[in-house]
Design a protein around this ligand. Structure first.
Ligand SMILES: Nc1ncnc2c1ncn2[C@@H]1O[C@H](COP(=O)(O)OP(=O)(O)OP(=O)(O)O)[C@@H](O)[C@H]1O
Ligand SMILES: [Mg+2]
Length: 221
C-alpha cells in the first residue's frame, strides 16, 4: 500500500521559496492504479519524483508498505528505489551504449547481481513487448515506440511494488501510445504492483482509472 500524507514541496530559488506541492494526501491499495492529470507546471513530475524517492518532500510523509524512504541514509534510499520502484520516464532514459536487453537488466545490475532467471525474464519481457528481434539493438537503433517499450520492460523487470510513469506515451503516435499503454497496464497488473501514471491524455487516464487532478500543487478531491 502507498500512503501519502500531507506532502508539501517548495524549491529554494534566488527569489525565495517556490511552493509547488501543497499538502497532497492519498492512499493507493495494493495492486491498484491511479492516473494524475493537471496543467503544465502543476507539480505532477515533482510529486512523482517524491513518490519514487528521487526527491525529498519539504513536509509530509510517503510510506510504501509501511516504509518511509526518507528516514534512512542515501544508500538505504537508493536500495529502496532499486528494489521497490520502477520508473518510466517520458524520454525513456535508456543507456545509449547498452543493448536493449542490458538496458532491461539495469535494475538487476544495480542490485549487484544478475541471476540467470532474471536474464531469462528480461528476454521474455522484450519478447512480450514485441522486440524479440531487437535484443542487441542499442537505443539509437530503435524507434521511439520501441525505446519506450524497452523502458516499460526495464521498469517491471524486478516486479517492483510501485511503478511510476511520467507521460510514458507523450512522444508517441497514437498506435505506439496504445501499445505502450497496453504493456504498462498488463505487465504491472501481472506482477501485482501498484501503478501511478502522469498523463495529459484523457484516453490513457481513463484506461488507467482512478483519475485525480493536480491543480496548483493541490490534489483535487
Ligand atoms: N528543481 C527545481 N527548482 C525550482 N523549481 C522547480 C524545480 N523543479 C520544478 N520546478 C518548478 O515546479 C513547478 C512544477 O514543476 P513540475 O515539473 O512538477 O510540473 P508538471 O506538472 O510535471 O508540468 P508538465 O506537465 O509541464 O510536465 C514548475 O513551475 C517548475 O518550474
Ligand atoms: Mg512533468
Amino acid at each position: 500500500m502507498l500512503d501519502v500524507t500531507e506532502v508539501s514541496k517548495s524549491f529554494a530559488t534566488a527569489g525565495g521559496g517556490l511552493p509547488v506541492l501543497d499538502r497532497v494526501s492519498f492512499t493507493l491499495e495494493p495492486g491498484r492504479r491511479m492516473a494524475i492529470m493537471g496543467p503544465s507546471g502543476s507539480g505532477k513530475s515533482t510529486l512523482l519524483s517524491i513518490l519514487g524517492a528521487i526527491d525529498e518532500p519539504t513536509a509530509g510523509s510517503v510510506r510504501l508498505d509501511g516504509v518511509d524512504p526518507f528516514t534512512g541514509n542515501a544508500a538505504a534510499r537508493a536500495a529502496f528505489r532499486n528494489r521497490r520502484i520502477g520508473f518510466v520516464f517520458q524520454d525513456h532514459h535508456l543507456l545509449a551504449g547498452c543493448t536493449a536487453l542490458d538496458n532491461v537488466l539495469v535494475p538487476a545490475l544495480a542490485a549487484g547481481r544478475v541471476p540467470r532467471e532474471t536474464i531469462a525474464r528480461g528476454r521474455r519481457l522484450l519478447e512480450r513487448v514485441g522486440l524479440a528481434g531487437r535484443l542487441d539493438h542499442r537505443p539509437g537503433e530503435l524507434s521511439g515506440g520501441e525505446r519506450q517499450r524497452v523502458a516499460v520492460a526495464r521498469a517491471v523487470v524486478l516486479a517492483p511494488r510501485l511503478v511510476l510513469a511520467d507521460e510514458p506515451t507523450g512522444q508517441l503516435d497514437s498506435r505506439s501510445a496504445t501499445d505502450v499503454a497496453d504493456l504498462l497496464l498488463d505487465l504491472t497488473t501481472e506482477s501485482g504492483g501498484m501503478l501511478v501514471v502522469v498523463t495529459h491524455a484523457e484516453s490513457l487516464a481513463e484506461r488507467v482509472g482512478g483519475v485525480r487532478r493536480l491543480v496548483d500543487g493541490r490534489l483535487l478531491p
